[in-house]
Design a protein around this ligand. Structure first.
Ligand code: GLC
Length: 700
């Protein structure tokens, strides 16, 4: 053990370190106490020593205790770019930034200068000049922070000394794959969750919800989901329905289902303190609440007034909470929105519960203070929700959206980036925010399109929707008291812009669904930074206006001022003819790629890939390839082979291009598709006739 003295603090190199796989090393500080950190919510694997860390291993933490804080400093070398950090405000590139890991209700991202948001991901992805990359995980839920200085990363924690995991790989994509192997891969989402979603705080009563659904269809806005925010509840009591406003939730869900919609309803963690309210009575009787420092059930104020908070560290509490979803989902609810789960508390300066509140733990998890369990409160809640929903509907893929979460929590829920505002700067910031979450293991996320707080403008909604449809999660949401924000609320021109954009989303679904399959398989984000197109191109490392949707499509928002584009013959594609409205994000297709596109549908129930357009942008050698993954878009049959995976390929023969579609995997046979090819030329797309074959020949 090496001990050095640096300005009074005690520095110790790792007391123990070993490999837990070919390119993954774990380092333990002196005095490491597993009971203070394990079982970790981050990992899905046990750490088994495969061998010692080789002498040549480059990235090693140095541990110390400094001013009562546990510190891990990691020298990273010169000229590196930092990314990740989970949900963060500000630039894509994290060099010079500090992030505080203390999940916080952060309206407009203004709390603490934007250093603390709703989620914590003690994770840094580091990319070297040569394109090789490594990732650093601080396996620590305690209140902490990270700083990314010029040549050094520093994690600092108010809790006991923690271990550090380093992943060392040849590229950022490989690091993310390893991150998924260690922390879990996302589940395949239901296909409907990739559609356009309409939300507001709140649509009520039920007749208003029906009106919104009818308007979406009337205006021919393709859409899949309507969201129910808190006002559907009886006095904000979770798992209840307001008798006047929502007398028959099943009838409402049926109405919406008949029109091709799914519904997502909100459930917060705070349970109103009220005798005679079943959930509160049960939780009190079973003694399931988080306790204050004196061991009494803690009470804090949220929407319903004084609330109790389930202690989600306890397996029996998670199970109980999960079981509450059974009757609830039986009303035909399709998905669940877990909000305020930092947990957010009103009327206290800290906007959360006291750090010395007590959690009981269980299932191997030690009892501990809120200081330890605050950051994983949301993760444990969505774990309970997901498991309960799955039990209620075992044939369906659960969909949970959460505001708070922690590294690893992508296993349980998708996320959105909390309460932004109708402000162009926040629209622009949503690009790096969504990308960095994707670079932190959470591919399924996006912002409130149009902005949550403040009044949106026609211009902003048009801009935001025209770009937002290329994000993984696409939901328009706005706060109570603000101007209505549906696509039709601003007149015909805005409505047309939004409709065109959303049409494009639906046409791209075969490609986007395939990207979710890639995220599920390889942990690679759906929305990626431009530098993923060429990791050695230094000019792309800071690009945060334009972004990649998958590997083959660059999206350039119309507001982008000076986007850096990858080298090569990326060609502009316009998904249907028509005059340019000046708002639609510009799409550029990678040379050598094939992108599968569907005919327009109004929702994913109606959506079909029986007719497919294959957009082909040949590379310099006259070749291109792509992939199409399909399954039922629901249920788990895909795990038993009920899917179809197609290789798409194109090559030139004389003055013809031969394009073929070959099923390479899966037992699902949907019959022959109608196919046409769109050859992407420098001045537009040239379409072939539709054919019924697996091979299409088109003239060049
Ligand atoms: C929180 C959520 C927001 C929601 C509101 C009312 O502010 O972040 O999305 O509309 O609560 O439930």
């Amino acid at each position: 053990m090496a001990i050095a003295s640096v300005t009074g603090m005690q520095c110790v190199s790792a007391q123990d370190a070993f490999m837990i796989g070919k390119d993954v090393a774990v380092f333990y500080p002196e005095g490491y106490d597993a009971r203070q950190h394990e079982p970790s919510p981050i990992f899905v694997v046990d750490f088994e020593r495969t061998e010692d860390v080789a002498g040549g291993w480059r990235i090693r933490p140095e541990f110390s205790i400094n001013g009562g804080k546990s510190v891990a400093r990691i020298a990273v070398g010169k000229e590196v770019d930092f990314y990740g950090n989970g949900e963060v405000a500000g630039q894509l590139r994290r060099n010079g930034k500090e992030v505080k890991f203390w999940n916080t209700d952060a309206p407009k991202y203004e709390v603490d200068g934007g250093k603390r948001l709703y989620q914590s991901h003690p994770w840094v992805l580091v990319v070297r000049r040569d394109g090789t990359a490594f990732g650093v995980i601080a396996d620590n839920t305690w209140k902490s922070s990270v700083r990314m200085d010029e040549e050094e990363i520093t994690f600092e924690s108010e809790g006991p000394a923690f271990r550090v995991v380093i992943i060392e790989k040849g590229s950022p994509a490989e690091v993310l794959k390893e991150l998924a192997d260690l922390t879990g891969h996302i589940e395949m989402p239901p296909l409907w969750a990739l559609g356009y979603q309409q939300c507001r705080w709140s649509y009520f009563p039920d007749t208003r919800v029906k009106e919104i659904a009818d308007s979406l269809r009337l205006h021919r806005i393709p859409s899949d989901v309507i969201w129910m925010d808190i006002d559907y509840m009886d006095n904000f009591k979770v798992f209840t329905f307001d008798k006047e406003r929502f007398p028959d939730p099943k009838d409402l869900n049926d109405y919406l289902h008949e029109r091709g919609f799914k519904t997502v309803w909100m459930i917060d963690p705070g349970v109103k303190v009220e005798e005679g309210y079943r959930i509160d009575d049960e939780g009190t009787k079973m003694d399931y609440w988080v306790k204050d420092a004196n061991g009494k059930p803690y009470e804090g104020e949220v929407w319903p007034g004084q609330c109790h908070f389930p202690d989600f560290t306890r397996p029996e509490v998670r199970e109980w909470w999960g079981s509450l979803y059974k009757d609830y989902m039986a009303t035909g609810i399709d998905g669940v929105w877990n909000d305020m789960n930092e947990p957010a508390i009103f009327n206290v300066e800290t906007s959360t519960m006291p750090e010395d509140n007590r959690h009981e733990g269980g299932g191997g998890l030690a009892a501990g203070p809120h200081l330890r369990y605050h950051n994983s409160y949301g993760l444990n809640m969505v774990k309970a929700s997901r498991e309960g929903i799955l039990e209620a509907n075992p044939e369906k893929r659960p969909f949970v959206l959460t505001r708070s979460n922690f590294l690893g929590g992508h296993r349980y829920a998708a996320t959105w980036t909390g309460d932004n505002a109708s402000d162009p700067s926040l629209m622009k910031m949503s690009v790096p925010m969504t990308i960095n979450l994707g670079l932190s293991g959470q591919p399924f996320n996006g912002p409130d399109i149009g902005g949550f707080f403040d009044d949106c403008t026609p211009e902003l909604l048009a801009q935001w929707t025209a770009m937002g449809v290329y994000f993984p999660f696409v939901r328009n949401h706005s706060a109570a008291g603000t101007r209505q924000q549906e696509p039709w609320a601003f007149g015909e021109e805005t409505l047309d812009v939004c409709r065109t954009a959303i049409n494009r989303r639906y046409r791209l679904l075969p490609y986007i669904y395939t990207l979710f399959r890639e995220a599920y398989e390889d942990g690679v984000p759906v929305m990626r930074p431009a530098f993923f197109a060429d990791v050695k191109d230094a000019a792309l490392r800071k690009e945060q206006e334009a972004f990649l949707l998958g590997g083959d499509l660059m999206v350039v928002p119309r507001w982008a001022e000076n986007p850096a584009m990858p080298a090569g013959d990326w060609r502009r594609i316009v998904l249907e003819d028509g005059t340019d409205d000046g708002y639609q994000a510009m799409l550029y297709q990678r040379p050598g790629s094939i992108i599968p596109i569907a005919n327009l549908s109004q929702n994913t129930t109606e959506y079909s890939t029986d007719s497919l357009t294959l957009l082909v942008n040949l590379d310099g050698d006259g070749k291109a390839c792509g992939r199409l993954y399909e399954d039922e878009g629901e249920g788990f049959g895909f795990r038993d082979g009920e899917y179809a995976d197609f290789a798409l390929s194109a090559s030139c023969a004389g003055d013809e291009v031969i394009v073929s579609v070959t099923q390479t995997n899966g037992n699902m046979h949907k019959g022959r598709k109608r196919i046409r090819v769109g050859l992407v030329m420098p001045d537009g797309i040239v379409y072939s006739q539709w054919t019924g074959g697996r091979t299409v020949r088109v003239g060049r």
